[in-house]
Design a protein around this ligand. Structure first.
Ligand SMILES: *[C@@H]1O[C@H](CO)[C@@H](O)[C@H](O)[C@H]1NC(C)=O
Ligand SMILES: *[C@@H]1O[C@H](CO)[C@@H](O)[C@H](O)[C@H]1NC(C)=O
Ligand SMILES: *[C@@H]1O[C@H](CO)[C@@H](O)[C@H](O)[C@H]1NC(C)=O
Ligand SMILES: *[C@@H]1O[C@H](CO)[C@@H](O)[C@H](O)[C@H]1NC(C)=O
Ligand SMILES: *[C@@H]1O[C@H](CO)[C@@H](O)[C@H](O)[C@H]1NC(C)=O
Ligand SMILES: *[C@@H]1O[C@H](CO)[C@@H](O)[C@H](O)[C@H]1NC(C)=O
Ligand SMILES: *[C@@H]1O[C@H](CO)[C@@H](O)[C@H](O)[C@H]1NC(C)=O
Ligand SMILES: *[C@@H]1O[C@H](CO)[C@@H](O)[C@H](O)[C@H]1NC(C)=O
Length: 376
């Protein structure tokens, strides 16, 4: 036992010495070979981003690579914005058995489909292939073994999927970005989203959700009550689809820019934690909705490019606003009891205010008086 302790201690000493010398955490030969093979699969590297990938040097010091300090295993491969070109994702990646972080975004894979090999990289917690020119149907078994995945970004490729089951195994997923993936036929979208226990951020911009005919699951949706960020911009949706998000009451950031909303549902007032809302470029009309009254945390409110006719006094109550845009509407009056200056009076944090004045008479402005704000 004593001997064991001494050997253990000596080993520990040796290891820490080696790591100080920078030898340990040097790179593992088989992983270096895999990386060089992976490099060779790119037929173009216009900005010489892989020039440090030299067989004679320590691969842990190559651009885009990070290794474990002690074991030397490659943990991270970040080739984002390298502008590399390839016609395949080389299977040599599978020899990086300890990889937990893989970012291939902003490269060009020449419209190939997503390779199924990603699905067997069981240790991954981060995977991004955003804007890398992948095309076609997302493989149905992509998610099967990725139970550690926390971040997945497939956005801005040319992808589609009509069956979202592959997402339902991603039980650790916190950040999901499927922007520009066509989901107009993803019939089980809501069932699957409602079963992700860890989800915090969901980006579904330009996914064709306006075309979706998907039943809402009548199931327990406790989980989604934690989601903080939701972007549904550019989907041509109206209230109907939006009803599916009714219970997502922790939302702080909601982007509904460029959709077909003509009114906001009454339950919208339940989103009391919102800090950011973009409702610009919809078809909202009449007075600015009273449901905003309860959103006292709001700091960013964009209602521009709609058909609002009246500025309601409730805007005066949103004291935390830093950004307010009500331009490009058809505002012809303020509510009887309030002038534009009164709306602005308590907005000590307001930095940016866009507003068209052409349709309003002088008296609607009132006297500008910011005495309600403490000045520094
Ligand atoms: C490994 O080294 C890096 C850079 O010196 C350091 O930031 C990191 O905390 C270290 N990680 C561990 C697990 O010791
Ligand atoms: C997931 O793991 C199982 C068992 O190891 C394997 O048979 C299957 O092919 C893997 N799936 C994928 C998509 O790699
Ligand atoms: C996709 O969404 C995630 C999570 O919200 C975010 O971190 C990431 O930056 C987004 N990707 C792009 C390309 O905007
Ligand atoms: C959304 O509005 C645009 C412009 O008014 C219209 O062309 C489009 O058909 C609408 N989409 C849906 C799904 O209703
Ligand atoms: C919903 O699911 C949560 C977590 O699984 C559980 O604690 C809760 O009791 C369920 N609520 C209902 C109404 O089934
Ligand atoms: C919202 O939650 C309630 C209560 O748990 C549930 O009955 C309802 O189906 C949920 N609605 C949606 C759209 O998830
Ligand atoms: C504001 O919140 C109160 C109390 O939670 C609620 O009764 C009321 O309906 C909400 N108002 C709107 C306009 O949503
Ligand atoms: C606003 O209303 C006018 C007239 O009713 C209509 O022609 C126009 O398309 C509407 N604009 C938007 C953005 O809904």
């Amino acid at each position: 036992m004593g001997m064991c302790f001494i050997i253990g201690f000596a080993l520990f000493f040796l290891l820490s010495e080696i790591s100080q010398l920078g030898l340990c955490g040097g790179c593992i030969e088989s992983e270096k070979r895999a990386l060089l093979k992976f490099k060779a699969s790119f037929h173009d590297d216009p900005h010489n981003r892989l020039s440090s990938w030299n067989p004679k040097t320590n691969c842990c010091q190559w651009h885009g690579i990070a290794c474990h300090n002690i074991t030397g295993h490659v943990l991270k491969l970040d080739l984002s914005f390298f502008s590399l070109e390839a016609i395949r994702v080389d299977p040599s990646l599978l020899d990086l058995k300890h990889l937990i972080y893989l970012d291939l975004s902003q490269n060009n894979f020449n419209a190939i489909s997503i390779p199924i090999l990603f699905g067997s990289m069981e240790r991954l917690s981060y995977l991004s292939i955003s804007e890398s020119n992948f095309k076609g149907m997302i493989p149905a078994n992509l998610g099967g073994n990725l139970t550690n995945l926390q971040f997945l970004d497939l956005s801005w490729n040319h992808l589609h999927t009509n069956d979202m089951s592959w997402v339902s195994n991603l039980q650790s997923l916190q950040y999901l970005n499927l922007s520009d993936v066509y989901l107009g036929e993803a019939h089980n979208l809501f069932q699957v989203l409602h079963m992700l226990p860890s989800l915090l951020q969901l980006q579904l911009e330009g996914c064709g959700l306006g075309n979706l005919f998907a039943p809402f699951p009548s199931i327990n949706s406790t989980y989604n009550a934690r989601v903080q960020v939701l972007s549904l911009a550019g989907n041509e949706i109206d209230g109907q689809i939006f009803n599916a998000f009714q219970n997502w009451t922790s939302l702080e950031f909601l982007d509904l820019y460029s959709n077909n909303f003509s009114s906001m549902p009454l339950w919208f007032g339940e989103f009391k934690n919102l800090i950011f809302i973009d409702l610009s470029w919809n078809a909202l009309c009449g007075p600015i909705p009273a449901v905003l009254r309860n959103m006292t945390s709001l700091e960013y409110l964009d209602l521009s490019s709609n058909n609002f006719s009246l500025i309601p006094s409730l805007l005066g109550e949103l004291k935390r606003l830093r950004y307010l845009d009500i331009s490009k509407n058809r505002i012809i009056a303020t509510a009887m009891d309030i002038s534009v200056s009164q709306i602005l009076k308590n907005k000590c944090h307001l930095k940016i205010f866009y507003f068209d004045t052409s349709n309003l008479q002088g008296e609607a402005f009132g006297d500008f008086d910011f005495s309600g704000c403490i000045k520094y």
